[in-house]
Write a protein that binds this ligand. Structure first.
Ligand code: MRU
Length: 333
């Protein structure tokens, strides 16, 4: 199953707000409908957002006389995952040739599928070095096929480990407030037949401290040039817990998530998604009326806490003061 695709002149995507109860495919025929789907996380996850951005430009070119304003709004629909702006820019560079923009979007889709397979292999090979086999792996948010086109990043590595018979268990953090771990990651793990248990977010560092996982695998929304990594809120707490417990902490993301124009994590814009997601659970208010909130959707893990970054083209363990530009494609170190 593909999470997002171009079908007969429109975008089709799995509506992730309805999972795990219903698996509904949305047909998106306008840029405004796509922006709405992105904002409410019907489509989400950095690689899937890259494909959505590029396909959205193709849609804009096909449906609007002057697509520039709509493309700018699409590009800004979510700020943290660099893939969205990257995908938009890639396809927009082909305009005014609408056919070329679509061709670029389809190539980004195909490249993403290949990249996820490659990350799975690189990541599972690395885990064979870093952790006992079969390994117990902890993860946060959803980084599986639902966050990409197929297979995914960190959860793609979990899938490859499982296919190799090298996975003892995946521990999925529920990922408040939108529960991507509870709703989506468990759904994907069950579909792949992988052994797994769900834990509340705040149990993560304690479970690492008490020896319940051999490695932490996370995805990324943006990796700065120095290796600092923005990912779903809760990643930083896991990194701190993993460092304290001596557990390897591995980031898995395609090269398209590496942003060499962002020097460090301090320069990454973190999306705040407002009060309603914090104040309510499935539409039921859980805090007194008038309560103020802060709701960062992502945090930044400093590169010092990251054991390795696995992309589709390299495995990187940055030395002190090094940036990703000093590590050649194809390197495994
Ligand atoms: O808010 P979301 O669900 O889009 O956040 C997604 C994440 O943080 C993922 O870990 C990241 O995009 C990598 S997905 C392969």
């Amino acid at each position: 199953m593909r999470t997002i695709d171009w079908v007969d002149g429109a975008i089709e995507l799995v509506d992730q707000t309805l999972l795990p109860d219903e698996c509904v495919v949305l047909r998106i025929e306008t840029v405004d409908a796509l922006i709405d789907a992105i904002r409410r996380l019907a489509v989400r996850g950095a690689p899937a957002l890259g494909v959505a951005g590029a396909m959205g430009v193709a849609l804009a070119a096909a449906t609007l006389d002057d697509p520039a304003e709509a493309i700018a709004r699409l590009r800004a629909a979510r700020p943290t995952a660099v893939n969205l702006a990257w995908g938009v820019d890639q396809a927009a560079a082909c305009l005014p040739d609408a056919d070329a923009a679509l061709e670029r979007a389809l190539a980004i889709r195909d490249d993403d599928i290949a990249a996820c397979r490659s990350m799975g292999e690189y990541g599972a090979d690395l885990l064979a070095d870093l952790a006992p086999a079969p390994a117990r792996v902890m993860t946060v948010c959803n980084t599986g096929g639902l966050a990409a086109v197929e297979r995914g990043t960190a959860l793609g590595v979990v899938q490859t480990l499982h296919e190799r018979g090298a996975l003892a268990e995946a521990l999925a953090l529920e990922t408040r407030p939108l529960l991507q771990g509870a709703r989506l990651t468990t759904w994907e793990l069950a579909r792949m037949g992988a052994p797994h248990r769900l834990v509340v977010d705040s149990a993560g560092p304690y479970l690492l401290a008490t020896g319940h996982a051999d490695a932490v695998l996370i995805g990324a929304d943006r990796i700065a040039a120095n290796g600092d990594t923005a990912n779903k809120i809760g990643s930083y707490a896991l990194a701190l817990g993993a460092a304290r417990a001596g557990v390897p902490f591995v980031v898995v993301a395609p090269e398209t998530t590496v942003d060499m124009t962002t020097p460090t994590g301090a320069h990454i814009e973190i999306e705040d998604r407002g009060p309603s997601e914090v104040l309510t659970v499935k539409g039921v208010r859980v805090a007194p009326k008038g309560t103020h909130t802060v709701n960062p959707a992502f945090d930044v893990t400093p590169h010092e806490l990251i054991t390795a970054i696995v992309t589709d083209r390299r495995v990187v363990r940055l030395a002190q003061g090094e940036t990703l530009s000093s590590v050649p494609q194809g390197a495994r170190r």
